[in-house]
Design a protein. Structure first.
Length: 577
């Protein structure tokens, strides 16, 4: 790319670099070793969620340096900064999980504030763990700057007794250990080998699901999400991402030019056909909200319903992210969707080309093992299904990837728990019966607060061999690693006196993932009486601080559990200040 004189007339960074009044600001840049040429080039924020909390984020620091090389090569001035991450694998199964979903908003907010405060002109965002991916993409769309997203990459699979293992196996092993089917030594052996490298959890859990979304939605470069974190080849994608953002800046292609209703639909298709995490049903509406696009859980589920499931990934299938990368990655998956007419090809991407033009370059065919041909899918409907009924008027969501038709219709009596700890304690003690529908309430975004994931409980059930013998519903969430008949995002949540707040032990609940229904055999009149007698939401221990503030602001699960009015209400666009 040839060096061109920079005209900052319409760029935010003019407020900190141009004219005599900005001499104090420029003195700071000289203090950091920048020269005149660098000061007067476009400023590109290089945002990372690097920390030492978990392997998902540990490689982001290295990759950020490669991004900066790309920005510099294209005559931009990179400015690196970091934001927080709460890693779900560490936060799982205790009070720390309340911080997880709230961290998504904090990530978006802090990236926005950093970009605004320092007047950066564009952004490359790197993220590794579950909520950091949508949080970073939300910030990009909110700011509407030229933006490129890059995933930090997945972990390599562990190996034990000739088989690939992941952290999902360790969570489920806890249930096997509690059931007396695994020794202390076997559990210790597994925990030492399950996570052998840097990178995010290897199955099609939330991180890899949202990484696939980043490509499908167009914010990430094609195939950039696939290479595992330890691969040095990731640095090439990082360098290319730095160069790409400068190209977008030159052409004035902004995040909302890329993230449109059509590109959100493309992203939902990829979630469905890969058997992705139910959390995408929360994050896609939240990303849409930042652009002022009305795209809620029901819209996502409509797409899930008529999308075939044809990529065989854990937890419902056999393979991990590394295997998908070696089979051709997201481009091959999207090319199969394209053959079925299920891709909007005119959506622009971070390369400056349309998704159709990018897919024209794909030469690899489905391998029939990790990626099935779309004509012969694993199942005709998506691996994630929306549900609705008198128990969830605002909807609910369930992952059915890898389950047979006999396993996705369930009727049984409710066994109600007021929080996850009570349910987990009962599961450990076998204080439940086969055929029951375990109900965990007061775990929604406001009521929890924080909408915790229930992986510890669902993994314990699977480990006890009961994953298909009970069902579980909650106004909280499930990990992307959850398997079994587990329904999350039930709305309205209990704290808002949704029907889940009024369920009693013994009420007969029916979940039908074929028809998309979730209902309780209680009359409207009886429900009205129970609502009148309802004593209000359960008190929590969070009466101040970040989680209290989050609980006051957070909206419904159906619309993505967002905390501000979104793009539809804004009175200015950051890039045009």
């Amino acid at each position: 790319m040839l060096k061109k004189p920079t005209d900052k007339t319409n760029l935010p960074s003019r407020y900190v670099t141009e004219g005599p009044a900005r001499a104090p600001h420029r003195s700071y840049f000289y203090a950091m070793g920048l020269g005149d040429e660098e000061i007067h080039q476009p400023f590109v924020g290089v945002a990372t969620c690097w920390n030492e909390a978990a392997p998902c984020n540990i490689a982001l620091n290295r990759q950020a340096q490669a991004v900066k090389l790309g920005v510099k090569a294209a005559y931009g001035t990179p400015r690196e900064f970091t934001t927080i991450t709460v890693t779900d694998g560490i936060a799982m199964g205790h009070e720390g999980m309340r911080s997880s979903l709230a961290s998504r908003e904090a990530i978006a907010d802090t990236v926005e504030l950093t970009m605004r405060g320092h007047c950066y002109d564009a952004i490359v965002g790197l993220a590794g763990c579950d909520k950091s991916l949508p949080g970073m993409m939300m910030a990009m769309v909110r700011l509407n700057t030229p933006s490129v997203f890059i995933y930090g990459g997945s972990i390599l699979p562990g190996r034990l007794n000739g088989k690939d293992v992941t952290v999902q196996d360790v969570f489920e092993a806890v249930g096997q250990h509690q059931a007396g089917n695994m020794s202390d030594e076997a559990l210790r052996t597994l925990e030492r080998v399950a996570c052998p490298s840097a990178g995010a959890c290897g199955g099609q859990f939330t991180a890899n699901t949202m990484a696939c979304v980043s490509e499908a939605i167009g914010l990430a470069l094609p195939n950039s999400s696939g290479a595992p974190a330890p691969y040095e080849s990731r640095d090439h994608y990082a360098i290319a991402s730095g160069e790409a953002v400068m190209n977008l800046l030159e052409k004035n292609i902004r995040a909302r030019d890329i993230v449109t209703r059509k590109s959100l639909e493309n992203a939902a298709r990829v979630v469905a056909c890969t058997g992705g995490s139910t959390n995408a049903g929360l994050h896609l509406p939240a990303i849409a909200h930042e652009a002022g696009i009305d795209f809620d859980l029901e819209d996502v589920c409509d797409i899930f319903r008529d999308t075939p499931y044809f990529v065989d990934l854990k937890p419902g299938g056999q393979y991990v992210a590394k295997d998908l990368y070696e089979a051709g990655g997201v481009p091959v998956v999207m090319n199969e969707l394209r053959k079925a007419g299920l891709v909007h090809e005119d959506c622009i991407t971070s390369t400056g080309y349309t998704i159709g033009e990018e897919l024209d370059k794909v030469t690899i065919e489905a391998d029939g093992k990790v990626v099935y041909p779309v004509e012969t899918p694993i199942s005709e409907t998506g691996g994630v299904v929306g549900l609705k009924g008198n128990l969830a008027p605002e909807g609910a969501i369930v992952k059915i990837a890898g389950m047979g038709e006999d396993d996705i219709v369930f009727t049984g009596p409710a066994h109600v728990f007021e929080c996850e700890e009570d349910a987990f304690d009962a599961v450990q003690k076998r204080g439940y019966k086969e055929g029951e529908v375990i109900v965990i309430r007061n775990e929604g975004p406001a009521g929890g607060p924080g909408m915790r994931e229930m992986l510890a409980t669902t993994a314990a059930l699977s480990g006890q061999g009961m994953g298909k013998k009970v069902a579980l519903i909650t106004d909280g969430r499930f990990s992307g690693a959850t398997r079994g008949f587990c329904v999350g995002h039930v709305g309205p949540e209990a704290a808002h006196c949704g029907p889940i707040a009024l369920i009693k032990d013994g009420d007969m609940i029916t979940i039908d993932a074929i028809k998309g229904e979730i209902s309780v055999a209680v009359s409207d009149e009886e429900m009205a009486k129970r609502k009148e007698a309802w004593k209000g939401p359960r008190n929590t221990i969070y009466a101040s601080g970040a989680l209290w503030k989050y609980a006051q602001l957070v909206g419904s699960t159906k619309k993505g559990a967002v905390t501000h009015p979104g793009g539809g209400a804004e009175k200015h666009v950051y890039m045009d200040i």
